[in-house]
Structure formats: structure tokens, C-alpha cells
Design a protein around this ligand. Structure first.
Ligand code: CP
Length: 299
């Protein structure tokens, strides 16, 4: 595998994470017009699972950097004739693409792609990893609080099926944050420390809500939407008990009035739309790294 691939946050040291966050910040200021000085940077976006934010913010980042972009559509490809995942990606390598952005429902799909030499940027693998979501979450927290060290973060909802919870837990702990989890018992994950939601909303600097991952089999059929919100969601009453400086995050897509009261999506403490904008900045930074460019110097 190419050394500039990004499959998991564990591929990055703490210094490399801070360097990517710094590049993302500079893409929003002194390097906003920076483009890849390459004759050829042809990127293939290969999404084998639906996406809005990750797909189109990668595409925005690629176009802003001056790349040429091709979108793969599994439904009109030879996948429908039985071609394997590996053979599909190998084909893209052989026909001349320079980087791949891949989302696939199989956890750790990238382990099947060890022999691919083109850099791979993981846009989400099953319930495994979502490194660029994690980076945009870190950037959002860093912008808000200046540092990740000592931050208290609670992640609430369908923890078991969430690659966002998985990537954020290990990374935030490495960055010196404290992370707790809450949600239905059925969706707890071994080794993920829990805290009752009503206690957590008063404890946390960041309350991160997650949707129910129905596409991975998650269901709580015995609860209505209203009951789920009251038991496990961010209600107005819980929001009002958050610390004055605390913020609400959500990787989205959010399901209004299920895991979060609809009015809270646009509430003053919400940073949900800032997260989306930060997604383009971190994806520009990881694309720059994938093409082998060193971290920016401060101007
Ligand atoms: N947060 C996230 O991964 O959203 P999409 O599924 O829309 O890409």
C-alpha cells in the first residue's frame, strides 16, 4: 500500500494529525488558493455505499486543488457482472488514476487492497473507520476550544455500528481528551466507557449525537421516535443543562426529532454545519498529503 494512504487514524502519529489540522486551518486562510502543482492528478471517487457530505466534500476539495475527478457508479459498472472489489480497484489503478477515495460497507475493506500502489483515502469502511470525519471533528473542536487536551466529550447513540465513534474514541484519547459513551445498552461496545446521558450533558464540553445506523441492522422496534428522543436523544431540556461554553456536534446525516430535537440542529451551541464546512478543509489537507506534499510553512 502507498505510504501516503489514509485508511485509519492509527496510520497517523499525533504530530501528523496536528500537522493535517494545521494545513486544514491554513487552507482556510493564507493558502486558500493553493493548488496541486502537478501535470496530472486524476482522482477516482469510488463510493460503494451512499454518501452526501463525504462524497461531495471530497469532490469539492479535489476540484479546488485542481484535480480532475471521476465518479464511479457501482450500479452501472461490471460489479453487476460479478467483478470483485479488488479487481475493480485494480482496474482503476491500471487505467491511470493517481488517487482513490473509497467508501465500502465492508469493515477494513482496505486490507484486501494491500498490493494497490495508488494512495487510498478511506471515506468510511463498515463499522470500522472514518478518518476524515474524525479529522473534521477534531478541527471543529480545536477551532472552538483551542486544544483537544483535557476536553470532555460524550458520544451518544448507536455506538456499536458507528465508525465515527470508533475513529473518534481512539484518536481523541491519544490527543489527551476524555471520552464517554451513552445510548441503548444493546448498542454499547466493549471497552467503551459509559455514562448516563443526563449526567453526561452536564459533564461534557462536546455532546456528539449519532444517528441509528439502520443500514447496519440497528433497530429498536419497541420504541417510537418520540420515546427514543426522550430516552436517548438530545432534548431541549438536556440542551439547557449543558455547560455554557459546551457545543453540540453530529457527523450527519441527522434524523430530526429522533436523536436530536429538530430545533437544536440550528441552535446557538450547534456546530453541525461548521463540521460540514471543515470537511472540505481537512479533505484538501489529506489529498495534499496523499500526493506527497510536505506540511505548509506558516506565512
Ligand atoms: N458524515 C458522513 O459520513 O456523511 P455522509 O454519509 O453523507 O458522507
Amino acid at each position: 500500500m502507498n505510504q501516503n494512504s489514509l485508511c485509519s487514524m492509527n496510520d497517523l502519529s499525533v504530530d501528523e494529525i496536528l500537522s493535517i489540522l494545521n494545513d486544514a486551518r491554513l487552507f482556510n486562510s493564507s493558502y486558500s488558493d493553493w493548488q496541486l502543482p502537478l501535470k496530472k492528478c486524476l482522482v477516482a471517487n469510488l463510493f460503494f455505499e451512499p454518501s452526501t457530505r463525504t462524497h461531495y466534500s471530497f469532490e469539492s476539495a479535489e476540484l479546488q486543488l485542481g484535480c480532475k475527478v471521476v465518479d464511479f457508479n457501482a450500479e452501472t459498472s461490471s460489479v453487476t457482472k460479478g467483478e470483485t472489489f479488488f479487481d475493480t480497484i485494480k482496474t482503476f489503478e491500471m487505467v491511470g488514476y493517481d488517487a482513490f477515495v473509497i467508501r465500502h460497507p465492508k469493515t477494513e475493506y482496505f486490507k484486501e487492497l494491500e498490493e494497490i500502489q495508488v494512495p487510498i483515502l478511506n471515506a468510511g469502511d463498515g463499522a470500522g473507520n472514518h478518518p476524515t470525519q474524525c479529522l473534521l471533528d477534531l478541527l471543529t473542536m480545536q477551532n472552538e476550544f483551542g486544544t483537544l487536551k483535557g476536553l470532555k466529550i460524550v458520544i451518544c447513540g448507536d455506538i456499536l455500528h458507528s465508525r465515527v465513534a470508533a475513529s473518534n474514541k481512539s484518536t481523541l484519547e491519544r490527543m489527551g481528551s476524555e471520552v464517554r459513551f451513552c445510548g441503548p445498552e444493546e448498542w454499547e461496545r466493549p471497552g467503551y466507557p459509559t455514562m448516563p446521558l443526563d449526567e453526561a450533558v452536564e459533564w461534557a464540553d462536546v455532546v456528539m449525537m449519532l444517528r441509528i445506523q439502520r443500514e447496519r441492522g440497528a433497530t429498536l422496534a419497541h420504541l417510537t421516535k418520540e420515546q427514543y428522543l426522550q430516552r436517548y436523544g438530545l432534548t431541549k431540556e438536556r440542551y439547557n443543562r449543558m455547560k455554557k461554553h459546551a457545543i453540540v456536534m453530529h457527523p450527519a446525516p441527522f434524523n430530526r426529532d429522533i436523536e436530536i430535537d429538530s430545533d437544536l440542529v440550528e441552535a446557538p451551541k450547534s456546530r453541525i454545519f461548521e463540521q460540514m464546512a471543515n470537511g472540505v478543509l481537512v479533505r484538501k489537507a489529506v489529498l495534499k498529503r496523499a500526493f506527497g506534499f510536505a506540511p505548509f510553512e506558516e506565512k
